[in-house]
Design a protein around this ligand. Structure first.
Ligand SMILES: NC(=O)C1=CN([C@@H]2O[C@H](COP(=O)(O)OP(=O)(O)OC[C@H]3O[C@@H](n4cnc5c(N)ncnc54)[C@H](O)[C@@H]3O)[C@@H](O)[C@H]2O)C=CC1
Length: 403
């Protein structure tokens, strides 16, 4: 809980900090990586740093957390932090790293605010930082404990037992623990971090959703190659495609992620686009395995049938469900594909069951479009869950829509 005195100061300075938050986060990362270059090489996603998206995501998270704090000073907005804590846990973030971040973040705030950063203002924002940091430390400690992960024990070696080409751009890796111990349990929708050593010696980390069923002893994940386009080529996806084969070892974290199915038998809508199909395939596996009885509407959008990874798995699993239906849209279909399923997702002709819980995974504009359509159809915002691969830009100030 934020103290009365600090709440007033934070409320008074929030507009100024909010206005300058982009500059503050940019300066913060510059200071952090000057002092600790190893963090940029081996923990942070350097492509997201170069693109500025990590900075935007941090700014969005700080703004959302602080706004929630001053609007409801009596409660700590933990729900906002769960997604970040899961990502941190998959990266092996430790409690000892929070004072380091604090040092550089408060220096950045002081430098950007200049004379406005009085002792009182600095103390109030310190309080905000430690409320946020301690909440994250607490959730991360619980996540590590639940998985039996000791400090420094985030990474395990896994062996690639099979590599399958799904489409021209997507490859699936099936992996099992190299030490022969069991694969950790996970919930459908969760991801693992994969750490690889690149040609320049940097150890970069990316997250991939697991696609296998919950009880499997071998885990699977699918990787879409990201060629250079608007942004640079994906360093880790390219490395996995070019250099990792059957029999090789991979360094992989325990599974994390807070976008998971609840255990009730509610009606579901699972909407995916492109490589966003991966967590949905795991969810369909779980629903089929547990004999889910309520309706499940599986919606998928892709560029073309040839680009549609894991299509056979999606189709097979939907037919296993008691009341599963599948609806697919292609922007560039083949053969006599129906006109009403050509282009992007249009839910107007789809029956949405009462009491539906919706899970969205795909490019951000896709998720925004589906969310808007669901809200128009009367689905409550609290029943719409989404998974973001990469920095969560849904919370950024430019969003205009919020979560
Ligand atoms: N949940 C997440 O955060 C995910 C993020 N991504 C990100 O998106 C990028 C592209 O993923 P790809 O598989 O290459 O997807 P893609 O670019 O092939 O798009 C897949 C489909 O998404 C739909 N879509 C795209 N833009 C849309 C829009 N403005 N409105 C409505 N529908 C739209 C279209 O039907 C399209 O065929 C990836 O590089 C990844 O970074 C991808 C999957 C999941």
């Amino acid at each position: 809980m934020l103290s009365q005195k600090s709440a007033e100061t934070v409320r008074a300075t929030l507009p100024a900090v909010g206005e300058a938050i982009g500059t503050i986060t940019e300066l913060f990362y510059r200071k952090l990586f000057t002092a600790h270059p190893e963090l940029l090489r081996n923990m942070f996603n350097r492509a997201n740093q170069a693109a500025g998206t990590q900075r935007q995501a941090l700014a969005g998270a700080i703004a959302a957390f602080t706004t929630a704090l001053v609007e409801r000073p009596g409660t700590r907005p933990d729900a906002l932090l769960s997604r970040i804590a899961h990502k941190h846990a998959s990266l092996g973030v430790s409690a000892a790293q929070y004072p380091v971040v604090h040092r550089h973040l408060s220096a950045a705030i002081a430098e950007v605010l200049g004379d406005a950063a009085t002792e009182e203002v600095a103390a109030a924002w310190d309080e905000v930082y430690w409320l946020m940091a301690n909440a994250l430390i607490e959730i991360e400690r619980r996540l590590y404990a639940e998985r039996g992960v000791l400090v420094g024990g985030t990474w395990r070696q896994w062996e690639v037992v099979e590599r399958t080409r799904e489409t021209a751009d997507v490859v699936t890796f099936r992996i099992r623990p190299a030490d022969g111990r069991p694969a950790p349990a996970f919930k459908a929708g969760q991801y693992v971090s994969v750490q690889v050593e690149l040609a320049d010696g940097a150890r970069q980390i990316r997250q991939y959703s697991l696609t296998n069923g919950p009880g499997a002893t071998v885990h699977s994940f699918s990787v879409k190659r990201e060629d250079a386009g608007e942004g640079p080529a994906g360093e880790v996806s390219g490395h996995l495609h070019d250099h990792v084969h059957e029999g090789d070892e991979l360094t992989v974290s325990a599974p994390y992620g807070d976008v998971v199915l609840d255990t009730t038998d509610s009606p579901l809508l699972l909407a995916s686009a492109g490589i966003g199909c991966t967590p949905v395939v795991a969810m369909l596996e779980e629903l089929a395995a547990r004999g889910h009885q309520a309706p499940v509407v599986a919606v998928h959008a892709d560029r073309s049938p040839a680009d549609h990874a894991l299509r056979a798995d999606q189709e097979r699993l939907v037919t296993k469900l008691a009341r599963g239906t599948a609806h697919t849209w292609y922007e560039r279909p083949e053969g006599d594909w129906p006109a009403e399923r050509t282009g992007r997702v249009d839910l107007s002709g789809i029956e949405i069951p009462d009491g539906v819980q919706a899970y969205l995974c795909g490019p951000l504009p896709f998720m925004r479009s589906v969310r808007t359509q669901l809200l128009e159809r009367g689905v409550h915002p609290s029943a719409i869950h989404y998974e973001v691969f990469g920095p969560d830009l849904w919370l950024t100030r430019d969003d205009g829509e919020g979560h």
